[in-house]
Structure formats: structure tokens, C-alpha cells
Write a protein that binds this ligand. Structure first.
Ligand SMILES: NC(=O)c1ccc[n+]([C@@H]2O[C@H](COP(=O)([O-])OP(=O)(O)OC[C@H]3O[C@@H](n4cnc5c(N)ncnc54)[C@H](OP(=O)(O)O)[C@@H]3O)[C@@H](O)[C@H]2O)c1
Length: 287
């Protein structure tokens, strides 16, 4: 008989995310063990609790989800969890702190529906945040030339260097986007722009967007007014607008939600998977 599917939610925030808990149940977890305020030095014990309790053949029915609002800490938690697995005793683990992986994967997947990403030219505004970094990483993985935008170009350079460590052939350019003139210059020749700036911050004005003649797709991931791209509605989903295709945050959110559920369901297929940005992006191809 199949064992109950147990998802162990390790959340760095004091309250384990209600959002992640609802998705876990909707994705088919039978039992959800939610731990909040998880510290790095507690991960090993929690992982051992997961791997030492069931026969190896049943371990695919136990999985770990790492969440919380601090994505950098989530990455450390994932590294610690991975290190705590044993060669013959493993459970699958997924990282989606602050929804960063599922959101970035969904954004890049919707862009790829409208034009080939290989050799496309893309600008990621707010490219230094957890979501923007992943958008840049995934666009580069697909062979796009990616400009990573930041108000401080040194921060964008750092992100480009980190991505290049993973993918040495990635075509990445750090660009300054501190002023409207900077943004206009950065947009020259770009066919895709993804706005992944902080909630409630406008990164691209309508006038600058309309002046960017090569632009074909704009995606705004900020759902908190004022939105990241002036004139793009939060609900836009492949909306034809001013000669371009537009997505707002909720327009991308539909795929993001499907992807989140599919990734949780996938965790229970095998006991040896680590689902980070690239794996979650790959999964989105089947949705
Ligand atoms: N739809 C969804 O399901 C979903 C899920 C998760 C996140 N999101 C949204 O995705 C976006 C990105 O999330 P995140 O967590 O990566 O964002 P974040 O870390 O808060 O901000 C991203 C970047 O925005 C820039 N920024 C911050 N304040 C700014 C300001 N006042 N003016 C201009 N730029 C500013 C910063 O880059 P520099 O300092 O380098 O310029 C920062 O690295 C957010 O809008 C978030 O709400 C959506």
C-alpha cells in the first residue's frame, strides 16, 4: 500500500507561510508538517527525521519544501538540507522561498511562448533581487543575451558573475538603470523586458516603453501599485498593447500557481530530486 505523502515545510519565517501550506494540500500532500523560524543548525536533525523513518522504497512519499521570505537564507537552508541527505537515504527537496523560483520560471516560460529565447535580447529590471536574478539565470540558460539592470551597476556585475559561475557560456551584461535615461539606453535593441523590481516601485515609464521600438514582450512581476511597468495592468495575460505582448503579475500568476502545485506533486515521484530554479523551469515546459 502506498504510504501517506508527507510534506515537511521548513520555513525561515516565524509563521510558516499559509500560502505555501494551502498549495501543498492542493498539490496532493496528505500530511503537512510545518516548521517555522527554522535555523540552519536545526536542518540536519529535521532532515534526519525525514530520512530515517521509512524504508528506502517508501521515501518517495516523504519530501521537504523550503520557504520563507528570505531567499538568500532559503538557499543556505537548501544547501544544508542537501548536505544532510545520505547516499542511500534521501528525500526530494524543493526551494521556493518567497515564491522566487516558481515566479521566475513562470515569467521566462511565458516569454518563450511568444518568441524564441535563444539569442533573444532581454533586459531584467530589478535584476539584483531574488526573482530578477533567477529570471536572468533562466533567460541565460535558454541562450538569450541578458542585460541585468540595477540602480548600482556594481550590484548587477556581482549578479552576472554569480550566474556566469553556474553557466560559463551565459551572455550577460550588467547595466545601470538608476535614471529614466539609463533605462531608455538599456532598452535599446531589447525584445524582452521583465520588471522584477521591489513591490510598489515603477521601473519603466510609458513614454520610455513606447520609445523602445524593438520591444516585443513586457512582463511586470510587481502586483503592488504603483506597478512596475507604467500602462501594463496587473491582470494582463498575453494582452496585445501598443504593438507589444504584455503580462502583469497576476497574468503570470496563473502559470506560477500551476507550477508550484506541479513541483510539489513531482517531489513525491522519486526520493532523489532537488528542485531549484532550473529544475522548476524545466517542469514548466510540461504545463
Ligand atoms: N507574482 C508573484 O507570484 C510574485 C512572487 C514573488 C515576488 N513577486 C514580485 O516580484 C518582484 C521581485 O521580487 P523580489 O523579492 O526579487 O524583489 P526585491 O528584492 O524587493 O527587489 C528587487 C530589486 O528592486 C530594486 N529596488 C528596490 N527598491 C527600489 C526602488 N525604490 N527603486 C528602484 N528599484 C528598487 C533593487 O535593485 P537595485 O537596488 O539593484 O536597483 C532590488 O534588488 C516584486 O515586485 C515582488 O512583489 C511576485
Amino acid at each position: 500500500m502506498d504510504k501517506k505523502k508527507i510534506l515537511i515545510q521548513l520555513d525561515s519565517d516565524a509563521q510558516p507561510s499559509a500560502f505555501d501550506r494551502v498549495v501543498a494540500i492542493d498539490a496532493g500532500a496528505d500530511e503537512l508538517f510545518s516548521y517555522g523560524h527554522v535555523l540552519l543548525d536545526q536542518i540536519r536533525g529535521l532532515v534526519h527525521g525525514a530520512i530515517f523513518t521509512r524504508k528506502p522504497s517508501n521515501l518517495k512519499s516523504t519530501a521537504i519544501f523550503i520557504g520563507g521570505s528570505d531567499v538568500a537564507l532559503g538557499e543556505k537552508m537548501l544547501a544544508e538540507a542537501t548536505k544532510s541527505l545520505l547516499p542511500f537515504l534521501k528525500v526530494s527537496v524543493m526551494l521556493d522561498s518567497n515564491g522566487a523560483n516558481t515566479t521566475a520560471a513562470a515569467a521566462v516560460r511565458v516569454a518563450g511562448k511568444h518568441l524564441p529565447l535563444k539569442d533573444a535580447k532581454a533586459l531584467v529590471l530589478g535584476g539584483t533581487g531574488p526573482v530578477g536574478q533567477r529570471v536572468a539565470r533562466l533567460l541565460a540558460l535558454e541562450g538569450a543575451g541578458v542585460c541585468v539592470g540595477s540602480r548600482q551597476v556594481a550590484r548587477a556585475e556581482l549578479v552576472c558573475r554569480e550566474i556566469a559561475k553556474r553557466s560559463p557560456s551565459a551572455k550577460l551584461t550588467p547595466v545601470a538603470t538608476a535614471t529614466a535615461d539609463d533605462v531608455a539606453a538599456a532598452l535599446a535593441g531589447q525584445s524582452i523586458v521583465v520588471a522584477a523590481g521591489a513591490a510598489g516601485v515603477v521601473l519603466l515609464s510609458k513614454a520610455t516603453r513606447l520609445a523602445a521600438k524593438d520591444l516585443k514582450i513586457v512582463i511586470d512581476l510587481n502586483a503592488v501599485p504603483p506597478l512596475g511597468i507604467d500602462g501594463i495592468d496587473v491582470m494582463d495575460k498575453a494582452a496585445a498593447k501598443d504593438g507589444i505582448i504584455a503580462y502583469g503579475a497576476i497574468g503570470v500568476g496563473d502559470l506560477k500557481m500551476k507550477l508550484h502545485r506541479a513541483a510539489i506533486a513531482k517531489l513525491f515521484e522519486r526520493n532523489d530530486q532537488i528542485l531549484d530554479a532550473e529544475e522548476i523551469y524545466a517542469l514548466s515546459a510540461s504545463l
